[in-house]
Write a protein that binds this ligand. Structure first.
Ligand code: SF4
Length: 466
């Protein structure tokens, strides 16, 4: 008898990666329209957990009108003789994978960013209670992580209860992250990899070091270590760091070898501390994305919950689509908010001296980690809404990036003969992966460098006028 015989829909890995579009949606739980939502795992004493108990606080699925978007919280409480609080992050991240096994159910993101949808078809088949989700989670936790002896699960849709538990959850996440700070990449010989997101991003491999948190912000180096030790065949595994190839960029031989193997040869080289050339791959559930702003030669950062458009006129979703899917795209870097608190945060690109724009909300959250001499020189949406304003702001504040402009002007003013030589030897464009669609084929140029005798830049207006 299947473990899920009494569940009205199928449950299995084949449903991972399944999307539920708005038109097919019975209900949306959490997501960008809801301010407070969370999922949290806790390790409790044995006597505090009733094995198999599922509690629903607030309306159940069958009581929520079709097409609704509701606030949502999940608490998974576990107990076991060898379980300790250091495993909470690992247990919590499994909620994502396990719920995605359910036919017609989609789970995205993590922690305070969760976004879930149930489709109408599965609801009509009878998946009309959180009780079924609880049974699936309970059975998968017990069968896949034998270290867990007892599990009880609580689903919350009652807004008042969510508000009460939300602040507790946020304090828990912060305590977990703070514990992981302090250790340096140079001090460890093992780092950790995660391929949980390969169902959405087939060539994506997260490389989790003490100073580079996972893209989703849910797995620290300590979590990686704990996960690999309790479930060595699971999605999180140890990587022998190997030889240090480039200390500035953050390149290690063992990381390159493992990423190449786990990405099926798609990604051969990863530089951990930069957004350029060989940046870390971007999956789909990164908390924020860094993007290059050529007009000022700086980097902007925008997080998933930012509602407006960034300083280059594009919203988070468009920027995220430019890099998501496990790609390595020059100038883009999907990342966690916690990475912004690391000393290695884009260290090879100039660190905070290279950051020119970020939403106010994020600036406030990471303010104490931004060097005091640059914090007021970084623009937010309140200071600049386009690149002209940004340039003026940076100049006015004398942001460190302005020095780079001076250097570039000096290159531009080099003697004509020298400039000519530059033209012949420098590529006009480089890209680690450049897709071209032509004649019914998609051609992907790897590590492309394009040379041209002449570059003609035309505005779209000129083209239309023809
Ligand atoms: S973002 Fe990275 S660490 Fe987080 S679940 Fe995905 S692959 Fe794993």
């Amino acid at each position: 008898m299947s473990m899920f015989e009494d569940i009205p829909v199928e449950v299995g890995v084949i449903y991972e990666g399944e999307r539920v579009r708005k038109n097919d949606m019975q209900v949306e739980l959490g997501g960008p329209k809801v301010k407070e939502k969370f999922e949290l795992a806790k390790v409790r004493p044995m006597e505090a957990v009733e094995d198999g108990k599922v509690t629903i606080i607030g309306p159940d699925l069958k009581d929520i009108p079709e097409g609704s978007v509701v606030p949502f919280g999940i608490i998974v409480e576990t107990a076991g003789p060898t379980l300790d609080a250091g495993l909470e992050g690992v247990i919590e991240r499994r909620i994502h994978g396990y719920l995605n096994y359910i036919e017609g159910f989609m789970h995205l993101n993590q922690r305070y960013d969760i976004w879930m949808r149930l489709n109408k078809k599965s609801f009509q088949k009878g998946l009309n209670s959180f009780g079924y989700l609880g049974k699936v989670l309970y059975r998968l936790f017990k069968s896949e992580l034998s270290i867990i002896e007892k599990v009880q699960i609580t689903f919350i849709t009652d807004p008042a209860k969510i508000t009460e538990k939300f602040s507790e959850a946020v304090a828990d996440y912060e305590a977990r992250d703070a514990k992981a700070r302090g250790l340096k990449d140079e001090e460890v010989d093992k780092v950790y990899g995660c391929v949980l997101c390969q169902s959405f991003a087939p060539s994506h491999v997260c490389v989790i070091t003490p100073q580079r948190y996972s893209n989703c912000g849910a797995i620290s180096w300590f979590d990686g270590k704990a996960s690999a030790s309790i479930d060595p065949k699971g999605p999180v595994f140890a990587i022998e760091r190997g030889e240090l190839i480039n200390a500035e960029k953050g390149e290690f031989s063992g990381v390159n070898e493992t990423v190449k193997k786990r990405s099926m040869g798609d990604v051969n080289k990863v530089w951990l501390y930069t957004a350029f050339d060989y940046p870390h791959t971007s999956c789909g559930c990164f908390e924020a994305i860094a993007f290059y702003i050529p007009e000022v030669d700086g980097l902007g950062v925008v997080h998933r919950n930012f509602k407006g458009v960034t300083v280059n006129g594009l919203p988070f979703s468009t920027l995220a689509d430019s890099a998501a899917g496990g790609r390595q795209v020059d100038g883009f870097h999907g990342m966690s908010i916690e990475y912004m608190r690391s000393k290695k945060f884009f260290a090879a690109d100039g660190g905070w001296n290279r950051i020119v724009w970020l939403p106010k909300e994020i600036k406030e959250r990471v303010k104490e980690f931004i060097p005091a001499d640059v914090v007021d020189k970084i623009a937010t949406e309140e200071n600049a809404t386009n690149t002209d304003d940004l340039k003026a702001f940076l100049k006015d504040k004398n942001h460190p990036i302005v020095e780079r402009w001076v250097e570039e002007t000096a290159v531009e003013e080099a003697p004509a003969e020298e400039a000519q030589i530059e033209d012949q030897t420098m590529p006009v464009m480089t890209a680690s992966s450049l897709p071209i669609t032509a004649g019914g084929f998609k051609i992907i140029l790897k590590d492309a460098k394009i040379y041209a005798n002449k570059v003609i830049i035309k505005t779209l207006k000129d083209e239309k006028a023809k």
